[in-house]
Design a binder for this molecule. Structure first.
Ligand code: GRF
Length: 203
């Protein structure tokens, strides 16, 4: 059976779309078992349904706390035999119930070259700091924000007349290339996590 992926979103879902497209093209050999959003109006839910993918809104307000919401997500994932969870613009911290249910099987994409500019508005942080190069990172999710082992990165130059919008748009182009490739590597048995490093196994 092909690996079964879940994608967790909160909004636009352009990275979700890049994963849908890569699965359709056969460059990711997996099935997208479910898309889950914590926001009702997320455009990504429509993208998922348009692609015939099971799409759920799991409302945080229906649960007393974050762990209970996490447990509901875990139940939905386990019920669909999901083995890899991809966060794609999921604007919520991941708690122990979800982390413990999928050890080293949760990925995230972040719009900077980590460990620079963790957290919100990474593109604006890069502009404010005055770096000449920023980029995108796909990494494993741990209990620390934007801190797990790095799977892939891509650099994006900062131009003199960049705004957060123009810089974000160029980073996004790299994200759409990067995330499917990172998923491919994680699903390929020849890569492993070695301390903080994600590397090829030695033959
Ligand atoms: C991306 O910039 C991603 O790096 C960040 O949130 C944004 C999500 O965009 N985590 P989209 O919803 O995939 O279009």
């Amino acid at each position: 059976m092909k690996p079964r992926i879940a994608v967790l979103i909160s909004g636009r879902g352009s990275n979700l779309q890049s994963i849908i497209d890569a699965v359709a093209a056969g460059t990711i050999d997996a099935t997208i078992a479910v898309v889950i959003s914590n926001r009702a109006g997320a455009q990504g839910l429509t993208r998922a349904r348009d692609a015939g993918i099971d799409a759920l809104f799991i409302n945080p307000k229906d649960f007393p706390d974050r762990d209970a919401h996490d447990r509901a997500i875990v139940s939905a994932l386990k019920a669909r035999n999901v083995t890899l969870v991809c966060l794609a613009g999921f604007m919520r911290l991941i708690g122990a119930p979800l982390l413990d249910a999928f050890p080293q099987r949760i990925l995230n994409i972040h719009p900077s070259l980590l460990p620079s500019f963790r957290g919100l508005d990474a593109q604006q942080q890069a502009l404010d700091h005055g770096v000449r190069v920023t980029g995108a990172t796909v990494h494993f999710v741990t209990s620390q924000l934007d801190d797990g082992p790095i799977i892939l990165q891509a650099a994006v130059p900062v131009l003199d007349d960049d705004t957060a919008e123009t810089l974000s748009a160029r980073i996004l182009i790299e994200e759409h290339r990067l995330y499917p490739e990172a998923i491919r590597r994680v699903l390929d048995g020849r890569w492993l996590v070695d301390g903080r490093r994600f590397r090829r196994t030695r033959a």
